[in-house]
Ligand binder design. Structure first.
Ligand SMILES: C[S@@+](CC[C@H](N)C(=O)[O-])C[C@H]1O[C@@H](n2cnc3c(N)ncnc32)[C@H](O)[C@@H]1O
Length: 183
């Protein structure tokens, strides 16, 4: 089943580069396979490639229009819809995906949809793998309860505050960015 989380396809070159540089220095020096979950036009895969040039980097994207742009712009990489999500990755990024933006227009992200998205991320992350997650409405640890929250909040506050499942605000500023799946 394909579940759309974030509806906005906004993205930009170099977005979140400091987070990826931190991740390389501290948590994932040489991941062989990286997945950009919600890759939009694919520019995030290009940013990731600048940090991990030797990795195989792929992108999953639910929106047909921006996924087609990714395929056209980066023909040497694989981009596919969520229905084709089957591989196992050492590192998964979920940047500005597990949220709804702007909330005042679209409302708070449905918690059930968030749960399903976290489960699909978990299915494609190898044991011991790293999940990098930024701008999320609820903490991934609500669902991925055995994951370890790793330090490293140098990039600044999330745009979307973490919330409890009932929608109440949990934390308005800094949230965890790096999560390790148990081995
Ligand atoms: C705001 S963009 C973020 C793009 C990129 N990660 C970045 O931060 O620059 C969120 C993207 O996630 C995609 N998306 C939403 N639900 C998805 C799902 N279940 N699987 C794959 N992509 C999804 C949207 O279509 C959109 O292109």
């Amino acid at each position: 089943m394909e579940i759309r989380v974030q509806t906005s396809t906004a993205t930009q070159h170099g977005r979140y580069l400091p987070i990826f540089i931190d991740a390389k220095a501290n948590y994932a020096s040489a991941p062989a396979r990286i997945l950009s979950f919600g890759c939009s036009t694919g520019v995030e895969t290009e940013t990731l490639s600048g940090v991990w040039p030797d990795a195989v980097i792929e992108g999953v994207e639910i929106n047909d229009e921006v996924r087609a742009m990714a395929i056209e712009t980066y023909p040497h990489r694989r981009f596919f819809p969520p229905s084709d999500l089957a591989g196992q990755y050492d590192l998964v990024t979920a940047m500005s995906v597990l949220c709804s933006w702007p909330e005042k227009s679209y409302g708070i992200l449905d918690y059930g949809i968030f749960v399903e998205a976290c489960k699909s991320i978990d299915r494609c992350l190898k044991p011991g793998g790293l999940l990098i997650c930024y701008n999320y409405t609820y903490s991934p640890l609500n669902v991925l309860t055995d994951y370890e929250a790793l330090p490293g909040n140098s990039y600044g506050p999330n745009y979307v505050a973490s919330r409890a499942p009932d929608g109440t605000n949990l934390r308005a500023f800094f949230s965890t960015v790096y999560f390790r799946k148990p081995s």
